[in-house]
Design a protein around this ligand. Structure first.
Ligand SMILES: [Fe+2]
Length: 146
């Protein structure tokens, strides 16, 4: 899938034009380049999507904060390997209605490629882009309305 990617930090803009500056690292629009395969699709390289497409499940039973929507994210229906210096999920970028909200980095020596969010909204669509150091970016989406 054709998208604009920040050459400095690997952020993928989900809209059709590059942002004025990268919301993750602050690099200017000139640092963005259009890449043909910025986001891998389900049709690409079958066999890889099972370990790379982020899976998102929602629950509302949080005891930590009132009224929040919990989004549990794991990378791959089969969990992706986390091998330091070899093959790992470096980060996931999070978007609400295609607007960047945050990046979660994973230390492969100490973390699995999974994270839970406590969202202050129950509307819109959460998108998660996973970044594998070898295989690139994959996207998962989940509507928050339940
Ligand atoms: Fe991978």
């Amino acid at each position: 899938m054709k998208k604009f990617v920040c050459k400095m930090c690997g952020y993928v803009e989900l809209k059709d034009a590059p942002p004025e500056k990268c919301p993750q690292c602050g690099a200017p629009a000139s640092q963005f380049e259009e890449q043909e395969d910025a986001l891998k699709t389900d049709a690409d390289e079958s066999g890889l999507k099972e370990k790379h497409v982020p899976e998102i499940t929602l629950s509302g039973d949080c005891s930590m904060a009132e009224g929040c929507v919990d989004a549990h994210i794991k990378v791959g229906s089969t969990l992706h390997p986390m091998e330091p210096d070899k093959h790992w999920i470096m980060f996931v970028d999070l978007y609400l209605d295609n607007e960047f909200i945050s990046r979660i980095k994973f230390d492969p020596a100490h973390m699995n490629p999974a994270v839970s969010l406590h969202l202050k909204t129950s509307e819109g669509e959460l998108a998660v882009v996973s970044h594998c150091n070898l295989h690139g970016n994959y996207i998962g989406r989940q509507n928050l309305a339940r």
